[in-house]
Write a protein that binds this ligand. Structure first.
Ligand code: MCN
Ligand code: CUN
Length: 787
């Protein structure tokens, strides 16, 4: 067990224990379900048992007669108020409650509001609903069949289940390179449907004041400001009357980006009853009805020269978006940032085409540390590179080294139009090879193979794209993706930073205090970070796509620098000397060449609010506010090496070692970065080996509990070995890039590549995730090489 050295108490960036943890480890956090208001009622949702079925009748009279029930609401009642449907984040609509037909199992059909949670749940049983079952579409390919049942017949003119066709890259140029290539490898692969599965499920407490018309909503949201605007649009409430509070959040992982029907139901219930109403879903509701992730079927092709120079990549994707297109991606990016599928390599031509379809499954998509579909893009290219290595009988590391982008190529614009800001990919990979002792591992593997043991070494190199986005390119639901920060220094020299991002466990209260501390020399302990309350924070689009450090963090830096500039001016009055004769030195301002003639930032703060004279044109107080529009995304990268053992008798995969080297530019708090990476690596092992939301042919969700939807625990993962390189982002004010999703993005292909490497003696090139013992066993058996 290693202990964290916290004695340094950094004045800025550095290893520092999290300020929020004393609250969490003592059980003093405040989560939405902890909110108790006088007279609060409880809401429970009736969910559809069928995946596709017309609503024939619904009888709520018995439920309404329950002594503790205050209100029962159906889709028809919402329709009267024009609230039965709500917009999604991607130009679609989603039913708040079913009015016409059920489109996925677990869909919201009606809700009950009662005096307590138990009564509300009990009364659900008293609602009598008759459904007329309809043929179910579970398979994305079947969704495109002629004569497939049309799931979204609510949309005018709809005759099929196609949501969109999308393409990127140059098709003709790519086809030409393929036609002339020495070697072409094709591999079909599925990135299965998985779920973010945060510890805390989704919840809301709505409190509508009928007298003054104000609505306060405590809610599990990663984007309180964007949600406030959308509620104003959905419910027709004036935006200044809405306050969204996102208190402590027990994990988001993308699950808490969308607006769910439950939130809207809670608001409606509070308006109708005149009392506060709480809705908190249970685990099964979370797993079956909230935003899933992935669900991509990809056909990948890679073209190369015989000596292993990658020339082109081509892919065709079938994307399953479920019953409503609830994807949270910037408007102009229906496939998120999948366009970065050329990965970390210098590739001359690339082309991707994609068709997205509706199926009778839960809506949403892209959530779960997805970086807007970069998870899928990285998996595609990193698996293809290994398939190519297999075909060329080349070492996968050697093949990657031959093709990685070189430092002198940055800024590098991919053939699909993404401009990577900076990186030294070879240095990152070499650092991983060093930590792993790659040559030693290959020797060990050879010895083991000779003894019939199955050991595998898997590599993946990835490029992330985070920090959405420049406002000219990116918006969600018409809201540009920029973020605010307000920094207020108090007369006694402490400070409050208000930000529009929203921590769900990432430690913003610590790292954002460190960001400001580094700039203005006030200790992080003396800087309070306020977030997650629209009444007390500036407008901004919130936390997802690992954008907080890149966007809100930049806003905080710029605000702090404004404060510093003003402090310099005030110091010039205090020291009676021109500002050009002053130097800033970590919280102290002194006269050039005379360090003893100085004032501290605390002295300046007191002066700024006091009666001392201020320079001409400078007003009192010490504060600044900023709205930051990033000029571009930041592009973190990493190189991962996974070592597995596969039991030849049971096909059980054990991840024995995992080496992760990440480059997220300037590192603010290395301890928090490591925590983020550990978490993401665990995600990756989970997705590669055990996680999948499966459905039967009737559309029944087979992963509705954590008994069936497996999550990795400490038992399934090794002691992570992490390393880093640092190539600062040239356009971020402190050179920081995001890191929150890097490990989730980069690790699944490393694990899968390792397993396939172990299975090399069987000649296998690919198995689809999750690589459960039964899947691996079947694959081995299918080769006929097992006795
Ligand atoms: N950091 C740092 N130095 C850097 C980059 C980041 O010290 N160069 C720190 C940041 O200051 C922050 C943390 O690392 O404290 C993550 O920063 P960033 O990469 O900016 O990501 P966000 O804060 O925007 O977090 C979002 C990201 C996403 S999209 C998912 S999904 C995810 C993730 O974070 N969900 C999480 N990590 C999570 N971690 C926890 N505990 N819970 C979740 O729900
Ligand atoms: Cu896509 S999961 Mo994170 O961006 O909230």
């Amino acid at each position: 067990m290693k202990f964290i050295d916290n004695d340094q108490r950094p004045m800025g960036h550095g290893r520092m224990l999290r300020k929020e943890d004393p609250r969490f480890v003592r059980g003093k956090g405040l989560f939405v379900d902890d909110v108790q208001l006088p007279g609060m009622l409880h809401l429970a949702i009736l969910r559809a048992p069928v995946a596709h079925g017309r609503l024939v009748s619904i009888d709520v009279t018995v439920a309404e007669a329950h002594p503790k029930v205050k209100l029962v609401v159906t889709g028809a009642m919402l329709a009267q108020r024009k609230l039965a449907w709500m917009p999604t984040l991607s130009h679609d609509v989603q039913a708040v409650l079913v009015t016409d037909k059920v489109r996925f199992q677990g869909q919201e059909v009606a809700f009950v509001v009662a005096e307590d949670r138990y009564a509300a749940r009990d009364a659900l049983e008293l609602i009598d609903v008759v459904y007329e079952p309809l043929p179910v579409v579970v398979d994305a390919r079947a969704a495109l069949d002629d004569g497939a049942p049309v799931i979204r017949d609510d949309l005018a003119g709809r005759t099929d289940n196609r949501i969109f066709d999308w393409e990127t890259g140059n098709r003709a140029a790519t086809d030409a390179v393929f036609a002339a290539a020495d070697v072409v490898v094709r591999q079909d692969m599925v990135y299965p449907r998985v779920h973010p599965a945060p510890l805390e499920t989704c919840a809301a407490v709505a409190d509508h004041d009928a007298v003054d018309g104000a609505l306060t909503l405590w809610c599990t949201t990663q984007a309180p400001h964007a949600h406030r605007t959308l509620y104003a649009l959905i419910a027709g409430l004036p935006e200044h009357q809405i306050r969204v509070i996102s208190p402590d959040i027990g994990g988001g992982f993308g699950n808490k980006v969308p607006i769910y029907p439950g939130y809207v139901c809670a608001i409606v219930a509070s308006m109708l009853t005149g009392r506060p109403v709480k809705w908190a879903e249970d685990r099964s509701e979370n797993l079956t009805s909230t935003c899933f992730a992935r669900d991509y079927r990809m056909r990948g092709e890679i073209a190369a020269t015989r000596d292993g120079r990658i020339r082109a990549i081509r892919t065709d994707v079938l994307a399953d978006h479920g019953a409503f297109n609830g994807v949270a991606a910037p408007s102009r990016y229906p496939a998120g940032f999948f366009g970065v599928f050329t990965g970390s390599y210098d590739i001359e031509a690339a082309y991707a085409s994609m068709t997205a379809v509706y199926t009778n499954k839960a809506p949403g998509g892209i959530a779960y540390a997805c970086s807007f579909r970069i998870t899928e893009a990285v998996y595609l290219i990193e698996r293809l590179v290994d398939c190519l290595a297999h075909e060329l009988d080349m070492d996968p590391v050697e093949l990657r080294l031959k093709n990685l982008l070189r430092p002198d190529q940055f800024p590098y614009t991919t053939t699909t139009g993404w401009t990577y800001d900076s990186g030294d990919y070879e240095a990152t990979l070499r650092e991983a090879l060093r930590i792993a002792d790659y040559a030693g591992l290959r020797r060990e593997q050879a010895e083991k193979r000779a003894r019939g043991e199955l050991m595998g070494i898997g590599v993946s190199c990835f490029t992330e794209a985070v920090g959405a986005g420049p406002r000219k390119d990116m918006d969600i639901a018409g809201l540009a993706m920029s973020d605010g920060a307000e920094l207020q220094v108090h007369p006694t020299g402490t400070a409050v930073l208000r930000v529009s991002c929203q921590s769900q466990g990432q430690g913003h209260e610590t790292t954002f205090a460190q960001i400001v501390a580094e700039q203005i020399g006030i200790a992080p302990a003396d800087i309070k970070v306020v977030h997650g309350d629209t009444e007390h924070t500036p407008f901004g689009l919130g936390t997802y796509g690992s954008r907080s450090t890149s966007v809100s963090g930049a806003a905080a830096v710029v605000a702090a620098r404004k404060v510093r500039d003003k402090a310099m001016l005030i110091a010039s009055a205090m020291l009676e000397i021109s500002v050009t004769d002053l130097v800033w030195d970590a919280g102290r301002i002194h006269v050039v060449g005379d360090p003893n003639s100085s004032v501290t930032i605390q002295d300046v703060a007191r002066w700024a609010y006091g009666s001392g004279e201020l320079p001409e044109g400078v007003d009192g107080g010490l504060a600044a506010q900023v709205h930051y529009d990033p000029s571009s995304l930041t592009y973190p990268n990493g190189a991962y090496i996974c070592v597995v053992d596969v039991d030849p008798g049971t096909a059980v995969v054990t991840v024995r070692r995992f080496i992760a080297v990440d480059d997220c530019g300037t590192r603010i708090n290395p301890m928090i970065i490591e925590g983020q990476v550990h978490r993401g690596l665990t995600d990756g092992v989970g997705m590669a080996l055990m996680e999948m939301i499966a459905f039967d042919d009737d559309g029944n969700c087979l992963g509705a509990s954590l008994m069936d939807y497996l999550l990795p625990s400490a038992l399934e993962v090794p002691d992570w070995e992490t390393g880093f390189t640092v190539t600062p982002s040239p356009h971020h004010p402190i050179g920081a890039k995001g890191v929150g999703e890097s490990a989730t993005v980069g690790s699944p292909p490393a694990v899968v590549n390792a397993v396939l490497d172990a299975l090399r003696p069987y000649g296998l090139r690919h198995i689809d995730m999750p690589l459960t013992p039964s899947r691996v066993w079947e694959a081995i058996s299918s080769t006929g090489l097992r006795e």
